[in-house]
Each structure stands twice: as C-alpha cells, then as structure tokens.
Design a protein around this ligand. Structure first.
Ligand SMILES: Cc1cc2nc3c(=O)[nH]c(=O)nc-3n(C[C@H](O)[C@H](O)[C@H](O)COP(=O)(O)O)c2cc1C
Length: 432
C-alpha cells in the first residue's frame, strides 16, 4: 500500500498513530550537504501545535523530535532522513468507553470496514497529529522555495465571515479581520453547546515564476488539490474565481493580456496546469470537527444501534490547526514542481550547482578507476598463470591510438588524454 508515501522528485513516507509510540517521517532524495534547519523546523512545529487557544485540542505535546538517520554533524548526508516525534501526551483512557462505537463523521467506520480492525485511540492514523510529519518534511525542502511567499488565512469560521483581510493574521485563529473577539465569542457558544464548526481557508502564493507544473495528469492545480484534499476534514477546493466562474461569461472570466501582462487573474494563476506567473489563489472548505460532546446516534462494531457522546480533547474548529499543515502541503508540491522545472530548463544556476556537478563527475571517474584496477588485478593473475610479461607494448600502443582517435572526435586535447592514460597504464601495471 503506497498511500502513506508522497512525492516525485523527493519522497516522503509518514508513519505512526495518534496514541502509538511515535509519529514519524522518512524523507528520501534530499540533497546532501544541507545544514539541517532545526530552528526553522521548530518554529513551524510551534505554529502547528495544539492548545494554542481554548478552541483547539488541549493535548499538550512537546513536539520534540529525534533524527534517526540521514543527518551527520548537523548536515544532510543524502541518505534517507528519518525523524520521529514521540507521543508524550496521549490519553488513551478517553477512548475506552467508545472503543466499540463508530464516531459519526470520523474515519472509524470506513477504516473498520476496510481493514476489519482499527486503532480507536485518538483516530489512530486518521488523526490530526499525523500532520506533524508533513510540517517537518516541508521545512526540510523549503530551501527550494527561496523567494516564494505562501500565505493562508481563514475567511470563514462557521457562520462568521471575514470582511476585511489583514494578512498575515496576528492571532492563533488565523483570522484576518479585526473582529477577532466576535469570532472567539461565537466559538465559545459553539463549544458550550457541545458542538463544532468548519470553515473556509484562502491561500495566496506570490513570486511563482511562470512555467511551474505540468500538463495533463500532473497539472499544478491538480497536484495542489490532491495535496490539500489529503488533509483530514478538507472537503472541497476552488482555484481563482472557482465555483463563481459558472455564472460568469467568457469575456468576464478570461484573463486578458497586454504588453505589460495580465489584466486580471480569474484563473488563480494557473492555466493548463502550469503557473502563469500571477498570484496563485485558491480556497478550500473544512468540515466541522467530527468528535463532539453532543449525543448522537451511531452503531457498535457488531452493527447494533447505540448512542455516543465524545469527551476528550478536540478542536472546536479544525481550521486553525489545519492551516500550518496546508502550508506544508503547498510547500511540498511547489518544491517538487521547482525540482522538475530545474530539470526542464536544464539550468545549472550558480557556481555551487556547477561545482556540485563537477564533484559528481569526479566521483564517477574515481569509481571507474577502481573498477579498472579490479580488472587489472584479474588480468595480472591470468598473465601470471600463462607466464606472460606484465608490460605488453603493442597492446598499450593500440590502446593509446584508439583513445587519441576518440579524443579528437570528442574535441578533447589528445596530448592531455595521452598523458593521463600513461599514468593510468603505469598504475595498472603496478596492480598486475
Ligand atoms: C490538524 C487536524 C486536526 C484535527 N482535529 C480533530 C479533532 O480534534 N477531533 C476530530 O474528531 N477530528 C479532528 N480532525 C479531523 C479528522 O482527522 C478527520 O475528519 C477524519 O480523519 C475523517 O477524515 P475526513 O474528514 O477527511 O473524511 C482533525 C484534522 C486535522 C487535519
């Protein structure tokens, strides 16, 4: 089952359950030689942490992490990076009373139907805690997104709609309007009524060059939609004017151009699956948190009618918890697109990139020389068996002649090639 892995140019695999020993992520194909971004990672984890306001789960995780592999002396080695986040504040007893019941709106029923078993403690794998792995992974590939600015904020929480947008929001609800107290009072009432609400999140991404993304099956909007919809509780996404495009005419919806650029951005910065260079804009809808203290109807694992009231620590609204994870998913998608774009443009950008390529080639030459030595040793043994001399002047002359012909064909300096191979041949004789 590959559903726990994601990525084309680098890969992430996440593992762990909400109340298991730990959550974890393995990242593959991360560039060697990068300074591991501890501080950046810790800031991102702090933004994602539960318990930042009284409307998010009161679970108090330290969110400390252990790096098991792929980082040596603080530097990435190019090997798989494995990071684990021990679960230190799981309260599995909260789930004891409901372990045989399916929580309406949660993944318990469908997981059980599929696997015939499910870890009822805190939603197991279908828990918001899983997003910690995505947030960590995104910070490690963030170096690919140097000038790119990703902003997200809530535009609706339950019935409350933001009229004004001041971004980035300076409150833990990610609310961009100045009526934050009204939203808090509203959430307080929802909580007192033992209920929950959902919301709508808006994302704006600036400084994406034109050309990122791919046609047909791997369109940038499709990749972003997949990434955002892979987060728990997200139920819909729209790009640019989105569903409102249905009521527009072509002349209203088209983004016309003049010599200075686009005159509008109804498409949300992506055409044909590829970025236009304009701001990328999308919105997504988050459903109300499934676990509520209000009594609801459900069934037991054996299919008998029952009722359920869920205590424990839950988000009244998932939106504020989800935004850092959604930013992480956007970072992962864009980092993947950036890696591919580098390849398409075949652009080796700076001295460091060029030196990296040279280092790789030098390594290949060393590997080839090692293989050559091994073969020379084998030849040496055969010559000994057949009592042949080590030096074979005719063979060496022929070999040098052939190399000279090839060197000329490939426009290499044939005198230099001869010099290099004379050293290699002398070394070969020593091996024999
Ligand atoms: C960051 C985050 C926090 C969440 N917090 C809760 C929670 O406290 N209680 C709950 O019942 N669901 C919570 N959810 C939602 C469930 O994980 C989600 O609804 C469930 O897995 C079912 O999946 P679906 O809604 O995508 O169908 C959270 C999701 C995320 C992404």
């Amino acid at each position: 089952m590959k559903s726990n892995s994601w990525g084309k140019f680098f890969g992430i695999t996440t593992f762990g359950e909400s109340h298991g020993k730990a959550m974890g992520v393995v990242l593959e194909d991360i560039k060697p030689g990068l300074v591991f971004p501890h501080q950046q990672l810790q800031s991102a984890l702090a933004r994602r942490k539960p318990g930042q306001n009284k409307f998010t789960s009161a679970r108090q995780e330290t969110d400390d992490y252990q790096i098991l592999s792929g980082v040596f002396d603080g530097i990435t080695t190019g090997m798989p990076i494995c990071i684990i986040f021990p679960n230190r504040d799981a309260r599995s007893q909260d789930y004891e009373d409901i372990k045989n019941l399916f929580r309406p709106g949660h993944a318990d029923f469908s997981y059980f139907k599929k696997f015939k078993i499910f870890d009822y403690r805190g939603g197991g794998r279908a828990s918001g805690r899983e997003t910690i792995c995505r947030v960590a992974a995104a910070e490690i590939v963030d170096y690919l997104l140097q000038n790119i600015k990703i902003q997200m904020y809530a535009v609706q929480i339950g019935k409350m709609k933001a009229a004004k947008k001041c971004i980035p929001p300076s409150n833990t609800l990610w609310w961009p309007d100045n009526n934050i107290t009204a939203v808090e009072n509203y959430l307080q009432q929802v909580q007192e009524k033992k209920n929950s609400v959902g919301g709508i999140v808006e994302a704006v991404i600036d400084n994406i060059p034109p050309g990122w993304g791919d046609p047909v099956f791997r369109k940038l909007d499709a990749a972003l939609a997949e990434a955002i919809l892979s987060l728990g509780a997200v139920k819909g996404i729209e790009f640019g004017d989105g569903f409102a495009l249905a009521a527009q005419t072509g002349s209203q919806a088209n983004d016309q151009m003049n010599e200075k650029g686009f005159l509008s951005n109804h498409c949300g910065g992506i055409l044909g699956g590829i970025s236009t260079g304009e701001q990328i804009k999308f919105r997504f809808v988050v459903k109300p948190t499934p676990s509520i203290a209000r009594r609801q109807q459900t069934i037991t694992k054996s299919g008998k009618s029952a009722s359920i009231s869920i205590s424990g620590r839950h988000d009244v609204c998932v939106v504020p918890r989800l935004i850092p994870a959604a930013i992480a998913m956007v970072k992962l998608v864009l980092a993947d697109a950036a890696s591919y774009q580098k390849l398409v443009e075949n652009k080796t950008q700076n001295l460091t990139d060029l030196r990296e390529s040279i280092d790789k080639i030098d390594e290949d030459i060393l590997i080839a020389l090692t293989r050559r030595n091994h073969i020379s040793q084998a030849i040496g043994k055969l010559k000994k068996q057949k009592e042949m001399p080590v030096k074979d002047i005719q063979r060496e002359e022929k070999l040098l002649q052939n190399l000279q012909i090839k060197a000329k064909e490939w426009q290499l300096n044939s005198a230099a090639v001869e010099k290099i191979w004379k050293i290699i041949l002398a070394e070969s004789r020593k091996q024999q």
